[in-house]
Design a protein around this ligand. Sequence first.
Ligand code: HEC
Length: 496
Amino acid sequence: MDFPVFHLDFFGNRWLIATIAILHVLVNHGLAVGMMPLVAAMEWYGQKKQDPRWDRLAYKILFFCFLITTTIGALTGVGIWLSVSLVNPYSIASLIRVFFWAWFTEWLVFITEVCLILAYTLTWKKWSNQGPEKKKQHIRLGFALAFFSWVTMAIIVAILGFMMDPGNWLTDHSFWTGVMNPLYIPQLAFRTPLAAAMAGIIALFLILFFTKRQDGFRHEALRAVALWTLAFAPFVLAAGWWYYTSVPDAMKDNLGVSLATLAFADWQTKFLQIAVVTVVTILLVVQFAISRPNLLPKVALVVPFFAILWMTGHFERVREFIRKPYVIGQYMYANGMRVDDYALLQRDGVLTYATYSNPLTEAEKAGLPERLSEPERTARLETIQKGKDVFMDTCSRCHTGHGVNSITSHLQRMFGDKPWTPELTAGYIEGMHYAQPYMPPFPGSKAELQLLGAYLEHLQHNKAPIPGAQSAGVIVHDENAGRIATKTNQTEAAAR
Ligand code: HEC
């Protein structure tokens, strides 16, 4: 529509965001938010007990986290921005307008966090040698770093909660209502102990590499870190339960369709089962680390390590799932179109407001019926071109042509080898949001439904990949430029 359509036709666009984002969450929660307080606590404990072995271990763990967070962590953080603005520029634009000051603050906090981790790591050895006063200062630096790491997460979680359920923001459009959305606090309450427990499990794993088997200190360290992990486990469970119970109430109104509720209930149960299995596994291993640290093999620690990664990954997927068909709950559909603009789009057609068109490649033009006269061929290609534009604007954020979650595999399953004529497909698409409540209603006009149908019929005979604007370029329709964007901008700016 207002932006060229970036598209990956094999894996689909979502995997790009999902891979980068999940990696980022694991690094952020496990190695920054949860680990910095643990490292600072170890340093403090070593100082208190006058035991330099704690100090050495804490420094080794910190150095490892420093390497990973400033490389993979920072790159994936920027990667989220890059991938999200490529795949769904509309949602990120709206979020920036609503949360401008939150993100501005986030930027300041993040810069502070980076300076603190640099200072904390680089001054460790020097300050440690300058007497107990300096060492105490250094420990305070560690706790300050821990605090700022947590604040960066706390700000972003407000935006994540908002995307699931903006709550009263939908009516009053105020910044603070947006921040204090119904899922914010429960989700933050869940992520905080989760991060601490995750860090504990990663630290248990690292201790096996950073200490020697014969060393009695290994047992002492394993036991202490296991106790740390154990201390957060009940909070993970309690807050997980709180989060779990606050989601359905808030979502019930959104998901009027029973199927969605059923599918959601199924996911919820699965998530809960996974959470319980994970926590029990973690408790068992941690229990073992406390009572029999000398018998604990490295491999036993791999289990809770993967369990918690698995649970966190799953948690993020559930969060994505319950948001559909919206990208911002009840405000913007995952296709990037605002609920408020639907009446206009359905009346005039999405192409009326589309600035960019995605030209058909030569390979995509193949497969037309034989024996068409030249004018018929031209007319046919024109229809297919428009149909493709409708597909790119309304379906391609979630579907590929022939890859993951491909539209052709769905049509093949539904209609088999029968010709996929517009008569057959258009009726389904018109009501697709009833059939599959993850999908938004079709945003275009009746005429566009037929154009899309003609394009899908063409796809039955043409298996060429559908390139995104990044590789095939675009055709620009100046006359339509920015009409919807201007409207969105005005309403969101006025509301702020
Ligand atoms: C918000 C993302 C999203 C958008 C946008 C979207 N879909 Fe879907 N669609 C899905 C999901 C998710 C499924 C279910 C996949 C599954 O169950 O494996 C699906 C399934 C389907 C199916 C199979 C339905 C069935 O009953 O088995 C068809 C056909 C389909 N989509 C067509 C379309 C068309 C045409 C468009 C554009 C007008 C579109 N979709 C837009 C997410 C989307």
